[in-house]
Design a protein around this ligand. Structure first.
Ligand code: ZN
Length: 277
C-alpha cells in the first residue's frame, strides 16, 4: 500500500514501510550498512487528536501525554526498538551535540540539537516540521549521529560539527560514513528573506551560490537546504556516493507530514529515529 506521498523525482532514495499499521520512511542506503535500525515518522498510525493527529511523540506540542506514550509504544514496536531506550533532544537551533552514553538511555538533552553514540540499543530521537534531519552512520567503528539542521544549523554547519564529534570521541573517519539528509522543506517551498541569504553567502563558496538559492521578483529568495547540507557533508569528507538526499518535502505533503510553514505552531512533530543494532 502506498501512502500517497508526493516525491520530487523518481529516484528510489526513500522507501515507505507500514508495520502493525504504523507507516514510516526508511533510507535503503542506511539499512544496507547492516548496523542500524532507523525511520522517519509521518502523521499516520498514532492516536493523537486535533492538530497533533495522529503520530506525535513530542511532549512540547501540547499533546495529551497518554497519547504520546501510546504513540511511542507503537512506533518503537514498528521500528524494532524499546520505548525506554528512546533518547531525546530539546532543540533550540544550536550546534550543540551530546555524547550519549549507557547511563543516558531514555534521557532528554536540553539546548541540544544533535547526538552521537556508540552504545547499541540506544535509540536517538530528534524532532522536525520542515527543518532538516541529518543521519550519520559509521559502519566501521559502529558509531551513529543524528542532528537537527534548520537554516541556522545549516549556516553553522551542523553536519560537520556532528562528524567532528564522532571523529573526536570515537575516531570516525568521514570517508567511512554513510549519511542521509532527511525529509524536510524543498527549495520550491522555502522562501526566505535577504538577511538569511547574506548568512549563507558568508559561509558558502561563491561557486555554490547558484546551487543554493535564486532571487525572485518580490525581492525574496528560494533557499535549497538539501543541497547546502550535501555540500557541508562533502566538504567534511563524506563521499558523494555515500550521501542520500531526500526527495520528499514536508511542505509538499500536508496530509501526511507535519509542516511548520503549512500550519504554524498548531502541529505535532515528525521524528527521526536511529539506533545501533
Ligand atoms: Zn515542497
Amino acid at each position: 500500500m502506498s501512502l500517497g506521498l508526493k516525491y520530487k523525482n523518481d529516484e528510489k532514495i526513500i522507501e515507505e514501510r507500514i508495520v502493525n499499521g504504523v507507516p514510516y520512511l526508511v533510507y535503503p542506503m542506511l539499512e544496507q550498512t547492516g548496523v542500524v535500525k532507523h525511520g522517519f515518522t509521518t502523521r499516520l498510525g498514532g492516536v493523537s487528536k486535533g492538530y497533533c493527529a495522529t503520530m506525535n511523540i513530542s511532549t512540547t506540542r501540547g499533546d495529551d501525554p497518554r497519547d504520546v506514550e501510546e504513540n511511542k509504544r507503537r512506533l518503537a514496536e514498528a521500528i524494532g526498538v524499546r520505548p525506554e531506550d528512546m533518547t531525546f533532544t530539546h532543540q533550540t537551533h544550536t550546534v550543540n551535540v551530546a555524547v550519549v552514553e549507557e547511563e543516558d538511555r531514555g534521557k532528554r538533552f536540553m539546548e541540544t540539537d544533535g547526538m552521537v553514540t556508540n552504545v547499541p540499543g540506544i535509540c536517538l530521537v530528534t524532532f522536525y516540521a520542515d527543518c532538516v534531519p541529518l543521519y550519520l552512520v559509521d559502519p566501521v567503528r559502529k558509531v551513529i549521529g543524528l542532528s537537527h539542521s534548520g537554516w541556522r544549523g545549516t549556516v553553522n554547519r551542523m553536519g560537520r560539527v556532528t562528524l567532528e564529534k564522532m571523529h573526536e570521541v570515537y575516531g570516525t573517519d568521514p570517508g567511512d560514513v554513510v549519511a542521509a539528509i532527511g525529509p524536510s522543506i524543498c527549495q520550491d517551498c522555502y522562501e526566505v528573506s535577504e538577511d538569511v541569504i547574506l548568512e549563507f553567502q558568508k559561509d558558502f563558496r561563491k561557486e555554490d551560490w547558484d546551487d543554493l538559492y535564486y532571487r525572485k521578483e518580490n525581492g525574496k529568495y528560494q533557499l535549497n537546504l538539501w543541497r547546502a547540507n550535501e555540500i557541508i557533508f562533502q566538504e567534511a569528507g563524506v563521499k558523494k556516493e555515500h550521501i542520500a538526499v531526500t526527495n520528499v518535502c514536508t511542505h509538499c505533503n500536508p496530509e501526511i507530514l507535519f509542516s511548520h510553514r503549512t500550519t504554524g505552531d498548531k502541529r505535532g512533530n515528525l521524528s527521526a529515529l536511529l539506533a545501533l543494532k
